[in-house]
Design a protein around this ligand. Structure first.
Ligand code: PMT
Length: 442
C-alpha cells in the first residue's frame, strides 16, 4: 500500500498538510494531492506539486486533467486516501454523498480505505451535526482520526486541532499494517513487560541492566498490528515513545512491575487512552448515532497473553537507604535479597494465561532456556544470546531460538530487525493459540 491520495480541504490546518506530504514522500510513499477550492485559499497547489513531484489535482470538470489522470483513474491508482484536514463542510458532503467537486467524487468512486482527519474550531467540533456526520462516515467504514486538543489558530482552546504531521504518518503506518497483517490475535488482551527494572540503593543510586525496551516495544507494535489490545509495562530505564493505541504503565522496580502485571492479569488496570474511538471498546458507555450516552456490554481487559521481555533485576537491596550513602569506608558491601519473579508468578497464579518468556543467556543457551521453560511453567520461551554485541541488549536486531512446552523441536529465528523478529514471534504465538485447547502445560 504505497500509493496515497492526500486530500486537503479549506481550513487553516492545511499548512500542516505540506509537512505531512513531505513526510510521506520521505518515507517512500507515492503521493498525489487533491485540493478543494477552500484549500487553495490557504496554501498553493504549487507548494504541494513541488513537495510531491506530481501535478496537484483540483478540478472535476477539466478537459486536460481528464486526458491525463481523471477522477476515475485517480480513484483506481490509490491504495489509501486520507483527507487531512477535513473541514466540517467536507465531512457533511461526504456523509451525504454529494459529488460536486473532485474530492467528493473521488471518495464516492474509490474502493480503497479512506481516513478522515477532522480539523475545525472547538465549538464546531462539538456540534451534534458534525458528530452525526462523522458517525455516518464510520458506518460507511471511513476511519476517523481523533483531533488533538489545545490552542487553536482562532485563539480558542479545545478539541479540533489537526494532529501533528508525525502523528498522521504514524497513524497511516499503523493503519496500513493493520490492513496487511493477519489478525491472529484479534480481540486478545496482551500484556508485555519491557526494559530494565531499577532497584534503588539510596536516593541517587540504583541497580539495573542494559535493557532498553526495544524488543518489548517492537512486540507491542506487532501484537497491536495483529489485532490485540496491548498493554506495555515499561521498566524505569525505558526512553522510547509509546506506540499508537498501546496502553503503557511506567514502573521502576521488580515489585512494582509484578503489582501492575497482576492488575493487568485480573483486568483491573485500565489506563486512559488519548483516543476515544480506539478506547471505547473497554468502556461501559458508548454513544448512539445521536451522540447520547448508552450502556454497552463491558469487554474484559484481563490478560490473555503475557509476554515477558523485561530484564528484571534478580536482586534488590534489603533496605533502600533513605539518605545518600557517604563515601567514608574503603570497602562496602550491599545486602541483597531476591526479587519476585514476575513471569513465574503470573504463570503460576493465572494458569489460563498463555505465557511467553524470554531468556537472556551467555552460555549453554538451550539448556538454560529449556530449564526456565519448565521451572517457570511457560508455554513458550524465546532465547537470545546476550554475549553478542550485534543482537540482544540495546541493538536494533535480534536472533533467537524458540522452545515450546508441547514439542521438542525448537524454531530458530535468524538475525533480523527486532520489528521483523517480533512479527515472527506473533505468528508463532498465533499458531500455538490455535492449539490452545489441545495441549496441557507441564
Ligand atoms: O530491551 P532490549 O535492549 O531490546 O533488549 C532485549 C533483551 C535482550 C532484554 C530481551 O530480548 C531479553 O532477552 N529479555 C529477557 C531478559 C532476562 O531477564 O532474561 P532472564 O533469563 O534473566 O529471565 C527469564 C525470563 O523471566 C524473562 O522473560 C524475564 O522477563 C523473566 N523474569 C526474570 C526475573 C524476574 N525477577 N522476573 C521475571 O519476570
Amino acid at each position: 500500500m504505497k500509493n496515497i491520495i492526500l486530500a486537503i480541504t479549506g481550513g487553516i490546518a492545511a499548512y500542516k498538510s505540506a509537512f505531512f506530504a513531505r513526510l510521506l514522500i520521505k518515507n517512500g510513499y507515492n503521493v498525489r494531492v487533491i485540493m478543494t477550492d477552500g484549500a487553495k485559499a490557504f496554501i498553493t497547489p504549487l507548494t504541494l506539486q513541488a513537495l510531491t513531484g506530481n501535478q496537484v489535482h483540483t478540478e472535476l470538470l477539466d478537459e486536460t486533467a481528464e486526458l491525463g489522470m481523471g477522477h476515475i483513474e485517480l480513484a483506481k491508482w490509490a491504495d489509501l486516501l486520507i483527507v487531512a484536514p477535513a473541514t466540517a463542510n467536507t465531512i457533511a458532503k461526504l456523509a451525504m454523498g454529494v459529488a460536486d467537486d473532485l474530492l467528493s467524487t473521488v471518495c464516492l468512486a474509490t474502493t480503497v480505505p479512506i481516513l478522515v482527519a477532522p480539523a475545525m474550531n472547538q465549538q464546531m467540533w462539538q456540534h451534534p451535526s458534525v458528530k452525526l456526520n462523522l458517525q455516518t462516515l464510520r458506518d460507511y467504514d471511513y476511519e476517523v482520526i481523533q483531533p488533538a486538543s489545545g490552542m487553536q489558530a482562532c485563539g480558542d482552546v479545545g478539541e479540533g486541532r489537526l494532529p501533528e504531521p508525525e502523528y498522521l504518518l504514524e497513524y497511516v503506518e499503523y493503519f496500513i499494517a493493520r490492513h496487511t497483517t493477519p489478525q491472529l490475535l484479534a480481540g486478545k488482551n496482551v500484556t508485555i513487560t519491557a526494559g530494565a527494572t531499577v532497584e534503588a540503593i539510596d536516593p541517587v543510586r540504583f541497580l539495573s541492566n542494559h535493557s532498553t525496551g526495544k524488543m518489548g516495544f517492537a512486540l507491542a507494535k506487532a501484537c497491536r498490528n495483529a489485532g490485540a489490545n496491548v498493554t506495555l509495562i515499561a521498566g524505569g530505564k525505558v526512553h522510547l515513545p509509546t506506540p499508537l493505541f498501546v496502553h503503557r504503565f511506567d514502573v521502576l522496580s521488580a515489585e512494582d512491575m509484578l503489582k501492575v502485571a497482576k492488575d493487568c492479569a485480573n483486568g483491573l488496570a485500565l489506563p486512559c487512552c488519548d483516543d476515544e474511538e480506539h478506547d471505547h471498546k473497554h468502556h461501559h458507555h458508548d454513544h448512539n448515532e445521536f451522540g447520547n450516552d448508552i450502556e454497552v456490554e463491558p469487554i474484559s481487559t484481563a490478560t490473555d497473553i503475557f509476554i515477558a521481555t523485561a530484564a528484571v533485576a534478580d536482586y534488590r537491596t534489603r533496605d533502600v537507604v533513605p539518605q545518600k550513602i557517604k563515601k567514608t569506608q574503603d570497602e562496602m558491601s550491599l545486602d541483597l535479597v531476591k526479587n519476585p519473579d514476575v513471569l513465574a508468578t503470573i504463570a503460576k497464579e493465572f494458569p489460563e494465561i498463555f505465557v511467553v518468556g524470554f531468556a537472556a543467556e551467555t552460555q549453554d543457551v538451550e539448556k538454560y532456556a529449556k530449564g526456565k521453560l519448565e521451572s517457570k511453567k511457560l508455554n513458550m520461551i524465546a532465547c537470545n544470546d546476550v554475549s553478542r554485541s550485534d543482537i540482544g541488549f540495546g541493538s536494533d536486531d535480534n536472533a533467537m531460538t524458540v522452545f515450546f512446552n508441547n514439542k521438542n523441536e525448537p524454531v530458530v529465528l535468524e538475525k533480523m530487525s527486532k520489528e521483523k523478529i517480533a512479527e515472527q514471534l506473533v505468528e508463532l504465538i498465533g499458531v500455538e493459540l490455535g492449539k490452545k485447547f489441545t495441549f496441557v502445560k507441564p
